[in-house]
Write a protein that binds this ligand. Structure first.
Ligand SMILES: Cc1ncc(COP(=O)(O)O)c(C=O)c1O
Length: 205
């Protein structure tokens, strides 16, 4: 991508929020490793995923100087200044020794595997084994709609994200998160599988 973009002078928006949740067998290369991209690189980073600070509205961009003011205006309008507690949390995150990240990655990888194994056993589904990140994509049977699946899952106390929220091409898929683990994940998976089986057999409830 970097080569192609450099050759053709294309801009690249590189969202690298999952750079610390990359699983075994996969090598991650940041777009920052390609200086030839120069002013054409828009690098996106967040504290949400690495430091479990989702909702804190804290992240940063590395962008060309000429678009900085525009980005800053958007940021000011949408989320405004960050409160002091969030700033202290961010400082603590940055100053804490990062050795814990390796254990966290191992834990996330085990969750990823558990989710993939469990959901692969459900009838008429295909599951993507993600190489990074906190979600897996589940493709469900076409005999029911994605919104039927998300609504039934919600009724069972499980929130999953419809692929169609990301565009029409996402119909037929749902995103299943493994941001939580342990018993909560086990219970959620068992309920979701039950929902899938019920929709598969045409039962209600
Ligand atoms: C790929 C990706 N980029 C960015 C974000 C947004 O993170 P933030 O919490 O900083 O808005 C998400 C959140 O789910 C994500 O999955």
């Amino acid at each position: 991508v970097a080569e192609l973009a450099s050759e053709r002078g294309l801009a690249v928006i590189s969202d690298e929020v999952y750079d610390r949740a990359v699983y075994s067998g996969c090598e991650f290369t940041s777009m920052l490793a390609f200086p030839d991209l120069g002013e054409n690189l828009f690098y996106v980073q967040s504290f949400s995923k690495t430091y479990s600070m989702a909702g804190f509205r804290l992240g940063y961009l590395v962008v060309p100087e000429n678009v900085f003011a525009l980005c800053s205006r958007i940021q000011r309008t949408i989320s405004g200044p960050l409160n002091l507690a969030v700033q202290h949390a961010a400082l603590a995150a940055l100053r804490t020794d990062e050795s814990w990240l390796a254990d966290r990655r191992t834990e996330l990888e085990a969750r990823r595997d558990a989710v993939v194994v469990a959901l692969s056993a459900a009838a008429e589904t295909r599951v993507v084994r993600p190489e990074a990140g906190l979600f897996t994509w589940l493709q469900h049977a076409p005999r029911y709609s994605t919104s039927q699946l998300t609504a039934s899952a919600k009724d069972s106390g499980v929130l999953i994200r419809a692929g169609s929220e990301f565009g029409a091409a996402g119909e037929g898929c749902v995103a299943v998160s493994f941001a939580v683990g342990g018993e909560e994940l086990e219970v959620g998976l068992a309920r979701l599988i039950k929902v899938l089986e019920n929709l598969h057999t045409g039962a209600t409830g």
